[in-house]
Design a protein around this ligand. Sequence first.
Ligand SMILES: [Zn+2]
Length: 464
Amino acid sequence: MRSALLAVPALLAAALPASAQTGASGPATPAGQEALAILREAIEVPTVAGRGQVPVLAQKLKARLVAAGFRAEDVAFTPLGETGYLTARYPGRDRKAKPYVVIAHMDVVEARPADWERDPFKAVVENGFVYGRGAIDNKGDLAMVMAAIAKLKREGWVPSRDIVIGFSGDEETQMATTKAMADALADAALVLNADAGGGELSADGTPFVYQVQAGEKTYADYTLKISDPGGHSSRPGKTNPIAAMGTALARIWAYKFPPQLSPLTKAYLEGSAPQAPADIAPAMRAYAANPKDEAAIAALSARPEYIGVIRTTCVPTMVNGGHAPNALPQSVEANVNCRIFPGTSRAGVQQTLGEIIADPAIGIAFKDNGTLESIESPLDPRIMAAVDKAVHERAPGIAIVPGMSAGATDSMHFRAKGITALAVSASFIRPEDEFAHGLNERLPLATLDPGVKQWETVLRTIAR
Ligand SMILES: [Zn+2]
């Protein structure tokens, strides 16, 4: 997924000196043009789960890296079922130091051509955008990473230590390639993820704010189940599983998990308050200063875009029960979806759900879908300084705000190993143009030149 921060500050009319980063012209630099060529090539390989096309794309990427000067044996595709992951090692001066790893994903979400205005698997350049499935999630940034790395290699730059590219092949579905890749790259000193964070443009195309994703909430589904002998609906007894489940779900819906504040969410609230709407900014500042401030807690909790920033949330999302209009139900099953504050265990949340429900007849089971508990990454000042430098080259003066996202990205497999992972996409886009996973997905052409430069500067700075 391209995972937006939990709460994105609403746009204000920003009067910033940076030039507009939308526009109809194509890339002007050779590296930007190469990024566009890679992106076009990548969009036209339909790397949807089940189509067996990830290895095809990986071969094309490998050929480009080898053409740029990588040794063939340093670029490896590891198959895993019909997909797989690609790694490329860029040797540094200190071969023994733990590598810096840059990750992105090659696979895309399914797209039905009949629903799209243009063929989702043809790269169409129009109106200042590249259209196609994967344009923003995540082939655009993958192409910019590739172009930056290829440029550095051709120029003969040697990093202080090895840099490893890792492109996963089923981020949007199982993340089995991510898991395998994280195991293979478990010695990473740092992971930079191209698949989250990034720049937001205001309506007129001016860079407005830049987000660094440094943590994500833990995703968890719980199955609630109750069964009963049932019987004829004309002879109701003492128990009814639908009514019992209804009571349980209503209790969960009404419950508010305790407010929490971490170094990351504190930095997010303080950093984004200046861009936030005037009716919520004071609560953001007040909560960051004192997480026991009841008025601030109430104000933030009343807003769907902020409630998840300050607490774990659990909501009923599916229910299935009963078998006939005239029969007492014999079983009911419900799904409760939770987004858990980093650092809180899923077992702990399960126990809390049991206490909220307070009905021993209802069983609660954690539904494993392969997501992991993840901790937030520390905001390493040296890395943040490199990101600052790279972002401010293209967008002088804009706020850089660290934050937490609600979903599961490849980073969680590295964070779960205790590796710092920061997501620093180089895509700048207006929120109204962002259609990740949706129809008519697109990337602004104008982000390619400065985006490649951003990746180049980040890498040159951290590995100088
Ligand atoms: Zn993605």
